[in-house]
Design a protein around this ligand. Structure first.
Ligand code: PLP
Ligand code: COI
Length: 339
């Protein structure tokens, strides 16, 4: 393999063109075979439901190169299943799990030279998405769908990698309400979250922490990741019907249990901020990002000293990394080598 000539250790989390993407069409009640293409543009009817009624969902996952030079997926099946749950909620045609997995394998193999080398800290980000493409003007679901996956090599989501970030409690803008779509990965949730995130960045924070929409008392999640905190031997993370159920969080909670920690998934009140010792964000892009501080109004709560993550957050990060990068054992069979 002739690896792409890129500065892999210094990649940003940003889009770049690769060799190809893959596309499947759903029409006449069935899925097409799937086609790899070099075309980075799509042509669709101007009245497609994705364009004006937001019938769009997506996923995010990563491909890691192992020390032995082979490449692997991490919990691919979970992304496939969540993609189906997202589709169901927006009355879109769910992509069968087998097609989802096959599509990821095909597009990754076709772009093998863009998978960053082991040790660079970078990985190949995989972005599947599904679009309603029937022309409609009444509010009703599409009959036809387009399923696309593009890939792009990426570095850390937050510039400095495993370095603590500052979060701000968002007291005005709400991300999602009970009964809504906060628990699925649809583009609309991200469109709605941009003004909060950009507002926080202007104030010098990396991201916001959203609150529950009903009472404004409980922590929901961050704009692009779930939240957790450490108190003594406890791993504490919000239970909420309005957050995306993070596959990273599910995995790290299991790792925490196996480290002998107690996992509490329950409503987490803002009043608890003062009692936490460490905190972090969890997500595919964010991996585990340590939280340096959470600012709530005029109070700042600190969870990292001298810009360094605490011991529990660091241990969880190392254990997760060892599995994702194929350095150590994979006791849960979360990874799969792409042959
Ligand atoms: N919450 C939101 C809003 C996200 O966008 C993401 C990213 O996918 C997550 C949480 C983390 O989910 P996962 O660990 O499955 O990537
Ligand atoms: C991911 O972590 O994969 C996401 O989809 C979050 C996104 C904001 C980059």
């Amino acid at each position: 393999m002739d690896r792409a000539a890129l500065d892999f250790p210094n990649l940003p989390f940003a889009y770049m063109d690769t060799d190809s993407n893959i596309r499947y069409k759903f029409s006449g009640g069935k899925w097409s075979e799937g086609e790899l293409t070099t075309d980075t543009t799509i042509t669709m009817h101007m009245a497609s439901t994705c364009l004006h009624y937001g019938q769009e969902i997506f996923e995010g996952l990563k491909i890691f190169e192992r020390p032995d030079g082979r490449i692997q997926t991490f919990r691919l099946e979970e992304n496939a299943k969540r993609f189906q749950r997202s589709a169901a909620k927006l009355l879109m045609e769910p992509v069968p799990v087998d097609i989802f997995k096959e599509a990821v394998h095909r597009v990754v193999k076709a772009n093998r030279r863009f998978v960053p080398p082991y040790g660079s800290g970078a990985s190949l980000y995989v972005r599947p998405y599904l679009l309603g493409v029937s022309a409609e003007v009444g509010v009703r679901p599409s009959d036809d769908y387009l399923f696309i996956i593009f890939v792009t090599p990426v570095g850390p989501y937050y510039k400095a990698g495993f370095t603590p970030v500052k979060l701000m409690v968002e007291e005005t803008i709400r991300r999602a309400a009970p009964g809504g779509v906060g628990d699925i990965k649809c583009g609309g949730n991200y469109a709605a979250s941009m003004r909060a995130t950009m507002g926080a960045k202007e104030k010098g924070f990396s991201e916001v922490l959203y609150l529950d929409a009903k009472e404004g008392k409980y922590i929901d999640e961050s704009g692009s990741s779930n939240f957790f905190a450490i108190k003594g031997n406890k791993f504490i993370t919000p239970h909420s019907e309005t957050i995306l159920s993070s596959i990273t969080r599910m995995s790290v909670a299991q790792i925490a249990r196996d480290m002998g920690m107690e996992v509490e998934q329950r409503p987490v009140s803002l009043d608890e901020l003062s009692g936490f010792e460490e905190a972090g964000c969890l997500g595919t892009a964010a991996v585990i990002t340590p939280v340096e501080s959470v600012t709530w109004g005029d109070k700042e709560y600190l969870y990292a000293k001298d810009g360094k993550a605490g011991p529990k957050v660091t241990e969880l990060y190392e254990k997760l990394g060892s599995i994702q990068w194929g350095e150590g054992e994979d006791p849960y069979n979360w990874t799969e080598v792409i042959e």
